[in-house]
Design a protein around this ligand. Structure first.
Ligand code: HEM
Length: 522
């Protein structure tokens, strides 16, 4: 410890900052006359000092050199090729590398083995979520599933998993609910003028969001219903403003900048609109609740609340947040995955034809494909897995946080470092996927022609934070995909060579907007 005695009248300003290990550093500005240059030098010195103390005596992962104060923030700017940029850094620094964002260390984990080591083998250390500023604007901290940790997260996660498994419970089974949406898409295709082509993504997004509505409210909406269009547009706004690596998360001062204030204003307003919307549905359910006839997710939650087994967890604010979590995580991801699936069929007509042949042989054309056909359509299922592997709707996991100092592959990972898995890197890992850039469903077929599940395949994440919607998403992908290609063949509007399978990085990785022709099969 260094002690310096200074006259109080000489102190002009006192700045303090806290490093990740909790140590507080004080910077004392001694005189008015020192000027801006000295002020900036002092800030740079403080930052370098903190970075030096953070890394001294530790074997932190390597990474690009951080700039004073801003660290590697420049790398985090919006970039449609962002996932390639982060993957290229792994070629340079290795599968585990670090970036700095202000005083926060972000550890990027690449390749299946390293991701599995952290998220599954060391799950007790790497399964919590950071309390980031932007994704929590307008909601209470420590609510819901996605940005929650500890007992509340575990209880709500278990409850929701069970609830998703239970549907079933209401008037219609989940399969029937999905069937209703497929019928709507059939109608859209049937009415569209084949030669002009159709952009399917908006319909797919409406369909997948509507399925969440069915699970939540026990009711679906017409796609043009203004209550539904209002809900989807406000959810889209919240989804866009979630921003796990927004500067406002790491540089509190930027929350006062016009852009920060605008983020807060828009996100708060959007959350308020969703809450008002959900409040109406919850009120109606409370009034008509019948213990012996559980209709949907809201009813199940009301039941858990009234049973009073866990009053501090089954609260109103958790109810809103879990519902928002499911809407945000479940609509866009599944809709985008389906958009990728149809795009790949347009680009690979031979594979589409092989899938159709299998469906024709196993199911025929006189009835729809159902869940009971799963397990009999190996090539179709392999195609769906390969679409997920190669398209990577979610290129990264959500942010995790390291809850104590630990070691990963010999590197020191400090407590409170944010940890993100590069899922895309796992799916191009040549150890698991020879010629990973090639679209080849046969990878998932064994020598007996049977489907087999391979290690290294983690589109839904890995470990205790694995997506809770995985079974629902897989059911939707299977039913939509099989029923659509059973009825229609999908081709490009112009020359096929002009269609690209390159993804654009936003929160999900999405195809460039494209139109397809849906030709009815006889
Ligand atoms: C093809 C569609 C989907 C994909 C690719 C996908 C993928 C993922 C991934 C990669 C994560 C993050 C895992 C991590 O942070 O380590 C996640 C989390 C999550 N997903 Fe999904 N998901 C999909 C559909 C769904 C659906 C349909 C729902 C709900 C109905 C859902 C609900 C959630 C929730 C609540 C979380 C947070 C889990 C937690 O923090 O414990 N997802 N998903």
């Amino acid at each position: 410890m260094l002690t310096v005695l200074i006259r109080k009248s000489d102190v002009h300003m006192l700045m303090s900052s806290q490093a990740m290990d909790g140590t507080e550093y004080y910077l004392i500005f001694l005189a008015d006359r020192l000027g801006l240059g000295t002020f900036l030098c002092a800030i740079v010195t403080l930052v370098l000092l903190i970075l030096w103390v953070q890394s001294s005596g530790k074997n932190l992962p390597p990474g690009p050199r951080p700039w004073p104060f801003i660290g590697n923030t420049i790398l985090f700017q919006k970039d449609p090729d962002g996932y390639l940029k982060y993957t290229n850094l792994a070629s340079k620094y290795g599968n585990i590398y670090k970036l700095h964002c202000g005083f926060t260390i972000i550890v990027m984990i690449n390749g299946y083995d390293a991701i599995h080591e952290a998220f599954t083998k060391q799950d007790d250390v790497f399964s919590d979520r950071p309390q980031l500023f932007a994704p929590l604007i307008g909601v209470s901290k420590g609510t819901g599933i996605t940005y929650n940790s500890g007992l509340r997260w575990k209880t709500l996660r278990r409850f929701t998993l069970q609830a998703l498994r239970d549907f079933g419970v209401g008037k219609l089974t989940l399969e029937e609910r999905i069937g209703e949406e497929i019928e709507v898409i059939f109608e859209v295709f049937s009415k569209s003028l084949v030669e002009e082509g159709i952009r399917v993504k908006p319909y797919l997004l409406s369909a997948t969001t509507n399925i969440i509505c069915s699970v939540m409210f026990g009711a679906r909406f017409d796609y043009k219903d203004t209550r539904f269009t209002e809900l989807t547009s406000v959810l889209e706004e919240i989804f866009r403003l979630n921003a796990p690596i927004a500067k406002e998360n790491f540089f509190p001062v930027t929350r006062w900048f016009p852009s920060g204030r605008e983020l807060i204003r828009r996100r708060t307003a959007a959350i308020e609109r969703v809450k008002a919307y959900l409040a109406e549905a919850i009120r109606e359910h409370e009034e008509t609740f019948d213990h012996s006839s559980i209709r949907d997710f809201i009813d199940l939650y009301i039941k858990a609340k009234r049973d009073n087994s866990n009053p501090e967890i089954f609260t109103e604010s958790n109810m809103y947040k879990v519902m928002v979590d499911l809407f945000l995580a479940g609509g866009e991801t599944t809709g985008t995955s389906l958009d990728w699936a149809l795009l790949y069929m347009v680009c690979y007509p031979n594979i589409q034809a092989t899938c159709q042949r299998e469906i024709d042989q196993v199911v025929g054309s006189s009835r729809h494909v159902g869940l009971s056909d799963r397990g009999k359509l190996d090539y179709v299922e392999a195609t769906l897995l390969e679409i997920q592997r190669i398209s990577n709707t979610l290129t990264f996991s959500l942010p995790h946080i390291c809850n104590k100092d630990t070691k990963l592959y010999g590197y020191d990972i400090p407590k409170d470092a944010i940890v993100i898995a590069n899922l895309y890197s796992a799916h191009i890992d040549p150890k698991y996927w020879p010629e990973p850039e090639k679209f080849r469903p046969e990878r998932f077929i064994d020598e007996n022609g049977k489907l087999f599940r391979k290690d290294g395949f983690i589109p839904f994440g890995d470990g205790p934070r694995i997506c809770i919607g995985e079974p629902l998403a897989k059911m939707e992908l299977f039913l939509f995909f099989t029923n659509l290609i059973q009825r229609f063949s999908f081709t490009s509007v112009g020359p096929r060579t002009q269609i690209s399978t390159r993804g654009i990085q936003a929160l999900t990785l999405t195809p460039l907007p494209y139109k397809l022709m849906a030709v009815r099969r006889s």
